[in-house]
Design a protein around this ligand. Sequence first.
Ligand code: X2X
Length: 357
Amino acid sequence: MFKKIGIVVLLVSLILGMSTMMWAYKSEYRMTLNVGPTFYWGMGAKKFCDLVKEKTNGLINIKPYYGSSLLKGAQMTSLQMVSMGVIDCAYESTINSAPVIPQMNIFSLPFFINNFKNLDKMEYGETGKAIFKAMEKKGVIGLAWAENGFRQVTNSVREIKSPKDMKGLRLRVCPTPIFIDIFRKLGADPVNMNWGDAVTAFQQGTVDGQENPVGVLLPVKIYQYHKYVTFWNYLVDPVIVYWSKREWNAFPPDIQKAIREAAEESARFEKALCRAGLDGDENTPGSSLYILKHEFEYTMQHPDPVGFLKSKGMKVTFLTDEERQTFIEATKPVLQKWIPKVGRDLYEKALKDMGKE
Ligand code: X2X
């Protein structure tokens, strides 16, 4: 008798347990990102989806929606959609999150961060913590720091070595006000445009140039449209892996842990792709090429992005210290204007993280 009851209880709890498993998770979690699968950023996002599936034994299936297709190309609405729970998660640029979280503009302050070391100190320091806190307040949970990269300017008209070279150049910039402020101050004629429309604008020559990191310049074959590129690291574009807060909080801890680990691992891989060839060769321990080889057994198709752009006929310019100074001076008023907008507190945290106090 007791044995029978025991078996019935066991069966009922098994069925209940299985059905909760089936009901608790969606068949597909939707992820938004602004670029396509051939970009380093897109490759990192795909790796995240694969790792989540693997680490949750197939319970969580994320589908990446490339090119902001869930947003009809409106890249600046990504964070809002995830915070509302319309989209589950994102592998998205800080630039595209700025309309909801003005603190994200800290990375777009002109000539403020300048190199990978400073950036890492901020992301893994107090600045990064403060940004994740600000995200949580807006209904999303930050999981890991990935990257698009330091943005470089390209154009089809002339070499850029000083602000006067920018005079009158019509440049596509990201659809956000700080970019307009920077390029107007430099004497250019910037136009806000979604990335989804940008490549057509390059093809048709309706703009003379644009700015993006190597991880974007290579897959769009920018050398087909623009002859000149200036490496000036004027601002940086991190990518954050994040999830809708309400949904995140409902996940059991083991699922949260698995997703977080997947986010971190994919972000380490993705960052290395974006920095490969820009932070040392494959024999330099700690360099991105070294990490890709030894941690991920991955061989880059283009281990030397600068050399590759040259080989495609581009005139590649690196600024001297004096040349760089002319841009710093010219954009100082923009920096001053935007410090209060990102918050003086956060700005000071960033200075401290970078050891610039
Ligand atoms: O719009 C851009 O230039 C891009 C692809 O870099 C971002 O999404 C910020």
